[in-house]
Design a protein around this ligand. Structure first.
Ligand code: GLY
Length: 439
């Protein structure tokens, strides 16, 4: 519907670019819809259209925008997601961008989201860059009530692709999910509260500058528009659910992850096992998310390795495997998730039909390799923690006050010799009731 709306307004639908950015050493992975148009914004490249729209594959793990550690424990973080966007290359600017967005979001012919659930934000002015008076006036002219427009600073209302490159002040549209979405149980908090109730659904960036390595903001050749709306979040709003993971973009993947790991679905667990439910649901979310990320990354040519993009991919795969183990699955399973991702997403990304077998083989190889690491590494770890094996040597060391202790030397030895990841050690130590001294 998003793409169709903008096509009707003279935008060319452009297919998502690869997750591996072409000729852009400033970027680890494609992290926004505008990446493939960066040179067009900078005036270095010309296209035969001045308006475009896309649904872009994005990965936010490892780079400037990094959500890896949050995934699983929140309703809305992903390593892989799809960003809907409309772009103007020196064509329309703030007035039309705001009018288009408001029409698409609120018109009953389109998304039909009630206006009294929405808020808009503008850049309040900071760091020598002026308040965005123009955006404010356009929101008012579009019919947004002044008390629903909030003014925020650089952190929220100034968007940069990376440390350098095209950037500018932005306006966001936020949706009020209602008190049930508050992670803190708030019943009457106001907009701006970060408890999970108020969700950004669309960011309209008014591209005006090209940030230089020395921090200087050079003006772009022509003011332009770059917007980003997370498909997963918009879907949650449209389907009336609080969590992105409860939308039809994720439910089939979570079900498949439960089948493959033997874990019960959240709804199948008894109410009394609240904590257990919580952990298992988080693990299933991690697996669903990471299966999407690793499928698309490998499909786009990334291979697991010990550096750069391949290392981030390896971390994503290993984190999924770890959560499979937490659910009791010690055997390779993630490679099977690839086919669930393909079946769910092949209409939008037909390339998955071609690549799924290769992707699955790559993941299986990584799972097998990692299982070996874990077999040896975890045995050593158990012995260092004094648990598990009967032939464990000395067991844990004890400090003078008799509290058990896992030394930095041991942790380093297990990492260096067996490749055992730090987070496995931290978790195992915690499970054994031994404090892990990160310093
Ligand atoms: N490029 C706009 C965004 O990522 O929010």
């Amino acid at each position: 519907m998003f793409l169709r709306f903008f096509e009707q307004h003279g935008h060319k639908i452009v297919h998502s670019s690869s997750l591996v950015p072409q000729n852009d050493p400033t970027l680890l992975f494609t992290n926004a819809g505008m990446n493939q148009f960066k040179d067009v914004f900078l005036g270095l490249e010309k296209r035969d259209y001045s308006r475009a729209t896309s649904s872009q594959k994005c990965v936010r793990a490892g780079g400037k925008h990094n959500d890896l550690e949050n995934v699983g424990f929140t309703n809305r973080h992903h390593t892989f997601f799809e960003m809907l966007g409309n772009f103007s290359f020196g064509d329309y600017f703030k007035k039309d961008a705001i009018a288009f967005a408001w029409e698409l979001v609120t018109s009953p012919e389109w998304f039909g989201i009630p206006k009294d659930k929405l808020f808009a934000t503008i850049f309040k002015g900071e760091n020598g860059i002026a308040r965005d008076d123009e955006a404010y006036e356009h929101w008012i002219a579009t019919g947004v009530a002044p008390e629903r427009i909030y003014e925020l600073g650089m952190k929220d209302n100034f968007w940069m692709m990376g440390d350098t490159g095209p950037c500018g002040p932005c306006s966001e549209i936020h949706y009020d999910m209602g008190p049930a979405a508050s992670d803190a149980g708030h019943t009457d908090c106001q907009f701006g509260c970060e408890c999970g109730r108020y969700v950004e659904i669309w960011n309209l960036v008014f591209m005006q500058f090209d940030k230089q390595p020395d921090g200087k903001m050079n003006p772009l050749p022509k003011p332009s528009i770059d917007t980003g709306a997370g498909l997963e979040r918009v879907t949650a709003v449209m389907q009336g659910v609080i969590s992105n993971y409860d939308t039809d973009l994720f439910v089939p993947l979570i079900k498949r992850a439960a089948e493959l790991t033997g874990a019960p679905l959240e709804t199948e667990l008894k109410k009394e096992d609240e904590e257990e439910r919580h952990h298992q649901a988080a693990s299933l979310r991690v697996i669903a998310d990471h299966a999407r990320a690793s499928t698309f990354l490998i499909s786009d040519g990334v291979v697991p390795s010990n550096e750069g993009r391949g290392y981030v991919l390896r971390k994503i795969i290993r984190r999924a495997i770890r959560h499979g183990r937490l659910l009791g699955q010690d055997k390779p399973f993630l490679f099977e998730m690839v086919f669930a991702v393909r079946d769910l997403m092949k209409d939008a990304y037909p390339e998955l039909i071609e690549t799924a077998n290769r992707v699955s083989e790559t993941i299986k190889g990584e799972e097998t390799r990692f299982a070996r690491v874990l077999t040896f590494g975890l045995r050593e770890l158990d012995s260092a923690l004094g648990i598990g094996l009967s032939n464990a040597p000395a067991g844990p060391h004890y400090q003078q006050d008799k509290t058990p202790h896992f030394t930095g030397q041991e942790a380093f030895h297990l990492y260096e010799t067996f490749g055992l990841p730090l987070d496995f050690m931290i978790e195992a130590a915690r499970d054994a009731g031994i404090p892990f001294d990160m310093a």
